[in-house]
Structure formats: C-alpha cells, structure tokens
Write a protein that binds this ligand. Structure first.
Ligand code: SF4
Length: 382
C-alpha cells in the first residue's frame, strides 16, 4: 500500500489547502464562537463560494470546501468584514485552541484563551501544535488532540498539563503566562520541534526532565456529551461534521451565540430546544453518532475509495455501542485515534481492523463495499 502523504501543516483561511474539490478554507473564529451575524456570514459564504455546506472539524474549527482559487480573495474579504480572518498568519495559527463549550463565565474563558493564544503566537511552534481550554468541573476534551491542556483539579485549582503527562502544574491566571513560557521553552530547547514538526505527547516519551512542580492531576474526564440539552443550552451534532449552510443560518436565527465543539457539532447557550433541521442528529441513540468518515474520494486526492456513503449505509448494521471509522486511506484524518471498528481503503478494497487506528494490520483484508453491504451483520451478530 502506498503511504499517505503527511503534510505536517493545517490549512487556514490565509493558507488554504488544495483538495480534489477545490480549496479548503479553514476558519478559527476567535474564542471558538460565532455571533449570529458571523454565523449567517459563514453560511452565505459557503453557498456563494463553496459547496453549500460548512464542515465542522474535530479541532473545533470550521471549513468551507470547494472554493475556486479565483474566488479565494473575495471569500477572505467577506469573512474579514465579519472579524473572521486575521491579517497575520501567525495569529491565525496561534488560535489552535479548542475550548470546552459549556462554560457560563465568558470573562474567565476569554482571559485564559488570550493568555494561551499569546503564548502559542510568541513561540516558533509547529502549525499543528495546539491547546485545550477545558476548565469545567471535569474535563470533556480528553479525546481532542492537543499538546497543552488547561484543566481543573478535583479541588478546583487550574492545572496546566502537557499532553501525555498524567499531571501538570497548578496555575492561576496570574502565574499561567510564566509557566507556559517555561514549558514551551523546555519543549523547544529539548528538541521537541524537528523539521517544523513536533507533538508534546511523542516528545514526552522517555523524558523525565520536565520543569519542576508538575505534580497535580486533573479531575477524572467526564463522559462525552450527547446531543440535545446540556447544561443551559443545546448541543447539535451533524453526521460527519457536515452542516448544510441553511441549517447554520437557521441556528443563527435561534441563538445569539454559536460555540464550536470538537464533536462535529455546535453548542448554543441559552437555547431551550433544538428544532428539526436538516443534517442535525436529533436522537441520542442515532448510530451515525458512532460513525466517522473522512472526505474520501469526493474531496481528497489521496483517497482510495468513497467513504461517507458507505459509512452511512453501514451505520444501521452496527451493534449497540459499536463505533466505526471508514477511512479513505491509512492517514485516518476523521478519527486519528483507535476506533472499535476501522475500515481502511486500500487499492484492493477495505481492510477491517478492530480497536485500532486507520492503517492497522487487518483482521480481514480487501473487503468490497458490496460484500459489506450485502451482509446483515458484517461486523458480527448483535
Ligand atoms: S484519511 Fe481521508 S481525508 Fe485524510 S488523507 Fe486519507 S483519504 Fe484524504
């Protein structure tokens, strides 16, 4: 099997990535939230310049796909008019912060997010280097890729934890900047970045010389939230993170604020109920909530097969609790970690593995989509 191409950088609004269906323009809205006016602007831009859908990523970003090169400047102007594009690519890169969306104290979140952003902006870090701001009583972003995690200990203290370490440093808003500088400095000085790439978790393996005081554990992670009411608002999840632009517009009419989440959905604080809208998975038991699929052949030049139609057709065949990842190649963009079942496209068909990441050695190699769909229980009887 040919190795998937590892690009080592993420697309942004100013640095879009060319894909099979046109440019992918990724937005990192400030503080991971959209006002209703911004949400309407994004929806209108997706219709005018893109595919008509807005893609919600697993890093709590937004993407407009299918943009023609000739339209990129006009799209940027449209987005910049609504405060959604930074003129400086470094500031755009530094917004790689996923924020747990269920907070009530916006002032505290804003202040801590600004400190994290400034620390990431000030250092020569790889574009994929990011952080989570996850300071509810129990972390909810443990499954979200990040290099630095700001969490809360069971006793209420804030904890800055490097990804891959069980413990972190107790911090306050006042001490956070200095400890971030120390930790990022340590990462750079000990060779955490090579050829412009580097992740904290990988770098920590076998290292015991972290700066002192890294000894407070965060509270145990909470269960992943289900769609519907959460706290004082509503969580709306869409299959594969694809939200029709009309649905985003409709949500903007209902809620003054839309917070992006890393669960391929959005959270609307203060919203009492979710109306039925195209694309939104309304039932907590919908099997599509347990299915991941990347763009596949419809939009990715590296894809060896179409993925999402197969994933959608296989969802009803999953046993209760089973999760499925259908990947167009071994890179596994839609779900970088292990999944209960993973189908990886190869030139000969799909390789099936269990409790594994895309590209893992298969239990059953080269399965055809037709064979999978013809079997009532392709992954074992429920
Ligand atoms: S995993 Fe999917 S989206 Fe990612 S490179 Fe492979 S085919 Fe493309």
């Amino acid at each position: 099997m040919s190795e998937p191409e590892i690009r080592g950088w993420c697309p942004g609004a100013l640095t879009p990535m060319a894909s099979a269906d046109g440019l992918v323009v990724r937005l990192r809205p400030p503080l991971g939230r959209l006002s209703s006016a911004q949400a309407r602007a994004v929806a209108a831009a997706a219709v005018r310049f893109g595919s008509g859908e807005v893609e919600l990523t697993s890093r709590a970003n937004l993407q407009i796909r299918g943009v023609a090169e000739a339209d990129h400047a006009a799209l940027l102007a449209e987005l910049a008019a609504h405060g959604l594009v930074d003129p400086d690519p470094e500031t755009e890169r530094a917004r790689a912060i996923a924020i747990a969306p269920f907070y009530r104290e916006a002032a505290e979140i804003t202040s801590l997010a600004n400190i994290l952003t400034e620390a990431l902006r000030a250092a020569p870090l790889p574009s994929k280097f990011g952080a989570t701001l996850d300071i509810g009583s129990a972390p909810v972003l443990a499954g979200t890729a990040a290099d630095l995690r700001l969490e809360r200990a069971a006793d209420g203290r804030l904890v800055l934890r490097p990804d891959g370490s069980a413990t972190g440093w107790p911090v306050t808003a006042e001490t956070l900047p200095a400890i971030l500088t120390k930790l990022i400095g340590w990462f750079l000085e000990t060779g955490g970045v090579r050829n412009g790439r580097g992740r904290m978790r990988k770098h920590l393996i076998g290292k015991h010389d972290l700066p002192g005081g890294c000894n407070v554990a965060p509270a145990l992670p909470a269960a992943l939230p289900k769609p519907g009411p959460v706290g004082d608002g509503q969580l709306a999840i869409v299959a594969f993170g694809l939200m029709p632009a009309q649905t985003l517009s409709a949500l903007a009419d209902l809620s003054a604020e839309i917070r992006l989440t890393p669960w391929r959905g959005v959270f609307m604080p203060g919203l009492r109920a979710l109306p039925a809208l195209s694309g939104i998975l309304a039932y907590p038991e919908d099997p599509l909530l347990r299915v991941h699929a990347c763009t596949g052949r419809l939009g990715c030049p590296q894809a060896l097969a179409e993925t999402r139609a197969l994933a959608r057709a296989l969802a009803p065949k999953l046993a209760a609790g089973q999760s499925l990842h259908v990947s167009g190649c071994a890179k596994g963009c839609a779900h970088p970690g292990p999944c209960g079942l993973v189908l990886t496209a190869t030139p000969k068909g799909f390789d099936l593995a269990r409790d594994a990441s895309a590209g893992a050695p298969p239990l059953r190699p080269a399965l055809s989509p037709a064979a999978l769909l013809a079997t009532p229980y392709p992954f074992g009887a429920p």
